[in-house]
Design a protein around this ligand. Structure first.
Ligand code: ZN
Ligand code: CU
Length: 480
């Protein structure tokens, strides 16, 4: 008699809690973990002898821009690192609800072109996801900038009462259809004119729906403390959890401020539910903003609509070729995207090591020459920061990418290895796991990831995508 679909035998099991691994077997039946430990000699269709390898809950990418990639790709950028769930719709930009009457402005163009914004409601996006499937699971935020662009004729001002009413209605409908909350990107032009009160007015619909708020704050450099206060205030008035996105100290003059900024976060965290995510690199990436370039040590072009041949080149080299200043060259490359080397490694480490920091790649899957965080964040945390640098243990690194984000986002059936949990699993070699993506060659699969399962189905195996699409829409505080 066969009790299980497959058993992974003699594997070192990291359960996601942060405790040290224990040797044993894990049995899977259907989409669930059926037994852990000594599962006996009971039958299974398949047995995987894992001698020397480790098994962890599939990783949860706490911060992504995968809205379109979920539908349009096999998600191998993520599955190749062991990621089995993503949080999409961050930084104020989501693919729905929006059918634009004009080309979407930066940064909405980071996740798709005008024709990709084809979902008038979140329900229509969720329906397409259910119909086509995706390689990984996804929890989806709705973006404030997307809502603004769908409602307002001019984004350079605050929304009127009537416009807020329409945005609230669209947000509420999205939450009813399974979105997990509202994201903002207050540092970006489409949302910069929105006062705190506008977000507070929208946020009142979150609590009744059990939803949350994630924010790319108004400032990430000199005025970060004021920006954190704004985020905390919004969380308190809406009475919902807040996640601060890609926590960093940006700009040369802010190097060394991680300790003080984390202390401010910790003080607030004791009074209200807060989370934060970070990616393991001292360089950021977004649209090319001419006013960002002088705060950076180096700028690398990731895409350019007007000069596609310049993707992958340094802005300084382009400026030299053209006989222009950095700023002038950045203007000529528009619309474009860039990597900014504008963080201090010691700050990055301090933020990564903070116990409440989740790992979020913030990868940009549609860039021609993306930041390597898209393909390498999770394996870099495991290989570089845990094993090589010793910033934390492998077990602690895994906790930051499994049980911690599952708790923050309310993905109740995910993030740990235990009977009854969904079979999102990653089988890897802890001695060799490492990122391979670099700033020069960014789209390269990691080393040491053997097999990855989503809901009991393999999505990555022996160095390649299986093409399976077992991923589901994850609702908040639901066992799904
Ligand atoms: Zn952002
Ligand atoms: Cu982002």
């Amino acid at each position: 008699m066969t009790d299980y679909d497959f058993i992974i035998r003699n594997v070192s099991i990291f359960d996601g809690s942060g405790s040290q691994p224990a040797d044993g077997d894990v049995a899977v039946a259907g989409d669930r973990i059926a037994a852990v430990g000594d599962v006996g000699q009971g039958g299974a269709h398949d047995t995987i002898e894992a001698n020397g390898l480790a098994l962890a809950p599939g990783f949860i990418d706490a911060h992504t821009h995968d809205d379109r990639a979920l539908l349009a790709t096999d998600m191998s950028a993520k599955t190749s690192q062991g990621v089995t769930s993503v949080v999409a719709g961050n930084c104020g930009i989501s693919l729905s609800p929006l059918v634009p009457g004009a080309a979407p402005p930066p940064p909405l163009d980071l996740i798709g072109a005008r024709e990709d914004y084809a979902f008038p409601t979140f329900q229509s996006y969720a329906d397409q996801l259910a119909r086509d499937g995706a390689a990984v699971n996804a929890g989806c935020l709705v973006g404030h900038s997307t809502l603004r662009f769908s409602v307002m004729d001019n984004l350079d001002r605050e929304a009127t009462g009537d416009e807020i009413a329409v945005m609230r209605e669209r947000l509420g409908q999205s939450l009813d259809a399974g979105s997990i909350g509202l994201s903002t990107g207050l540092d970006y032009a489409p949302a910069a004119a929105a006062p705190t009160s506008e977000i507070q007015a929208l946020s009142t619909v979150l609590k009744p729906a059990g939803a949350m708020h994630a924010t790319h704050m108004r400032h990430e450099g000199e005025h970060i403390i004021a920006a954190m206060d704004e985020a905390f205030t919004i969380g308190r008035t809406a009475d919902v959890p807040v996640v601060i996105s890609h926590f960093k100290c940006s700009g040369k003059k802010n190097f060394g401020r991680a300790e003080a900024n984390l202390a401010a976060f910790e003080e607030a965290r004791l009074k209200q539910p807060l989370g934060l995510d970070a990616y393991p690199y001292a360089a950021s990436s977004t649209v090319l903003k001419p006013d960002y370039v002088n705060e950076s040590l180096r700028v690398l072009i990731t895409w350019s609509k007007s000069h596609p041949d310049q993707a992958g080149r340094d802005l300084d080299a382009i400026a030299a070729d053209w006989g222009l200043s950095r700023h002038q060259a950045a203007e000529r490359l528009q619309p474009a995207g860039a990597v900014y080397f504008a963080m201090d490694e010691a700050d990055v480490r301090r933020i990564l090591a903070y116990p409440h920091t989740m790992i979020g790649s913030d990868g940009l899957p549609h860039d021609a020459h993306p930041h390597p965080r898209l393909w390498g964040s999770f394996t870099r945390v495991l290989g570089h920061y845990a094993r090589e640098v010793g910033l934390f243990s492998m077990a602690e690194a895994i906790r930051k990418m499994t049980s911690l984000p599952a708790a923050r986002f309310g993905f109740k059936g995910r993030g740990s290895i235990a009977p009854g949990k969904f079979a999102d699993l990653v089988l890897f070699d802890p001695a060799t796991v490492a990122d391979a993506a670099t700033f020069e060659a960014p789209s390269v699969p990691s080393h040491g990831i053997r097999s990855v399962w989503v809901n009991g189905t393999t999505v990555w195996d022996a160095g390649r995508s299986t093409g399976n699409r077992p991923g589901r829409l994850l609702r908040r505080d639901a066992n799904n």
